[in-house]
Ligand binder design. Structure first.
Ligand SMILES: Nc1ncnc2c1ncn2[C@@H]1O[C@H](COP(=O)(O)OP(=O)(O)OP(=O)(O)O)[C@@H](O)[C@H]1O
Ligand SMILES: [Mg+2]
Length: 361
């Protein structure tokens, strides 16, 4: 009998997406064990969800995809389901100030309804744009960046930080720093390919720790990158940390605009004000003529903003330099501060800052 290659099974699992999410279940860290002997593929998963359709859908999709692997005659899927913690009453944290991060003036989340729209890219560049803005006003080093994507943290790579944070004498974690930004991410705490079976139940605990056990110091603003989607996990996250506002990132396509609405509704439920909608990957800029090529259509972000009765913050071009900046760990806002993309981020940071300051006047 032909031996089954474990790599082939992994590749098959990369084809299975978590329902409603853009990420595959392998990179999500849901797969606990893979075993293939005598043509039987045995898979163990650990999932945190209150939705009974999720394990059923995952099981069916895994059976389909892994069933296609050469040498596999039968697929056995075992899914351990954990129920997420019941979130506190909406608005409870906001009302009492409970959970507020010491010495952080504004906490702002970057969210979207859909995965892969560029939230993390946006969050990192926005943080850098805030740093530049505050530095000009005589307050350098007053920006924090919290990566709440526990399953697939992308902040470390995008902001060029690797290494482990240290714990000080008061048992507080020291955030790691680059470009004047203090950052905290699950990516600093665990190896990328370490077993992540415990991550699911740990989400709430980790976020609480990021909020309360990290020595953020005195910050003017903490930018929070959320994981994709609008599931229970996201709802719990936004309730763990009292937020002063949320920025919704979208792309021009109409489909994405519909899901934008879903993403925003979540904040309404927990009384977090929307600061605006930012449209990412809006157009290709012709560097020779300066002409904007609206390859994905026009007006999606503006329509979404109108629909949500919030501000339209503007457009970020689809720019290879933005992607390269994310991959190299030098965000375009830092690497090419006078460039077109950086200026778009700078304008948005300025607008958001004004809105936040107005709120406290
Ligand atoms: N304006 C842009 N121009 C070019 N590439 C971009 C732009 N914005 C994001 N990207 C690229 O698109 C990819 C997805 O971006 P990113 O990881 O920021 O999305 P995300 O919404 O955070 O994804 P997830 O939902 O998985 O967290 C990355 O490779 C990033 O470099
Ligand atoms: Mg992301």
């Amino acid at each position: 009998m032909k031996n089954v290659n474990e790599e082939d099974i992994k590749n098959a699992l990369r084809e299975v997406r978590y329902p409603g999410f853009s990420r595959d279940i392998l990179s999500f860290g849901l797969v606990r064990a893979i075993d293939a002997t005598d043509g039987v593929a045995r898979l163990q998963l650990a999932v945190t969800t209150a939705d009974p359709t999720v394990p059923a859908k995952l099981k069916a999709d895994i059976e389909t995809e892994v069933g296609k692997v050469a040498g596999v005659n039968r697929v056995e899927v075992e899914i351990a389901v954990t129920k997420p913690r019941t979130p506190p009453a909406p608005g409870a944290a906001q009302a009492t100030g409970e959970g507020r991060i010491a010495d952080v003036r504004f906490a702002v989340a970057v969210a979207s309804g859909k995965g892969g729209v560029g939230k993390s890219t946006f969050a990192v560049n926005l943080a850098c744009a805030f740093e530049a803005l505050l530095r000009r006003r005589g307050k350098p080093g007053a920006v924090g960046l919290m990566d709440c994507d526990i399953y697939g943290p992308s902040v470390p790579l995008m902001i060029g930080i690797s290494g482990r944070p240290s714990v000080d004498e008061e048992n507080l974690i020291q955030p790691l720093e680059n470009f004047g930004i203090k950052a905290m991410s699950m990516g600093f705490l665990i190896d990328e390919d370490a077993p992540v079976v415990w991550r699911g139940p740990m989400i709430m605990k980790t976020i609480q720790q990021f909020a309360q056990n990290v020595r953020w110091g005195k910050l003017e603003i903490l930018v929070i990158d959320l994981p994709p989607g609008t599931g229970d996990a996201q709802l719990s996250l936004v309730q763990t940390i009292p937020l002063d506002g949320a920025v919704i990132v979208t792309t021009p396509q109409a489909a994405a605009v519909n899901v934008t609405r879903r993403g925003a509704t979540m904040f309404g439920k927990v009384n977090v004000p929307l600061l605006g909608v930012a449209e990412n990957m809006s157009y290709l800029l012709d560097p020779a003529t300066g002409k904007k090529n609206m390859i994905f259509g026009e007006g999606g972000g503006e329509r979404a903003a109108r629909d949500l009765e919030t501000a339209f913050l503007g457009q970020i071009p689809l720019d290879p330099e933005i992607r390269a900046g994310g991959d190299s760990g030098v965000p375009v806002t830092v690497g090419d501060p006078d460039g077109f993309a950086a200026q778009a981020f700078a304008r948005m940071a300025e607008t958001i800052w004004q809105t936040l300051e107005k709120k406290v006047e």
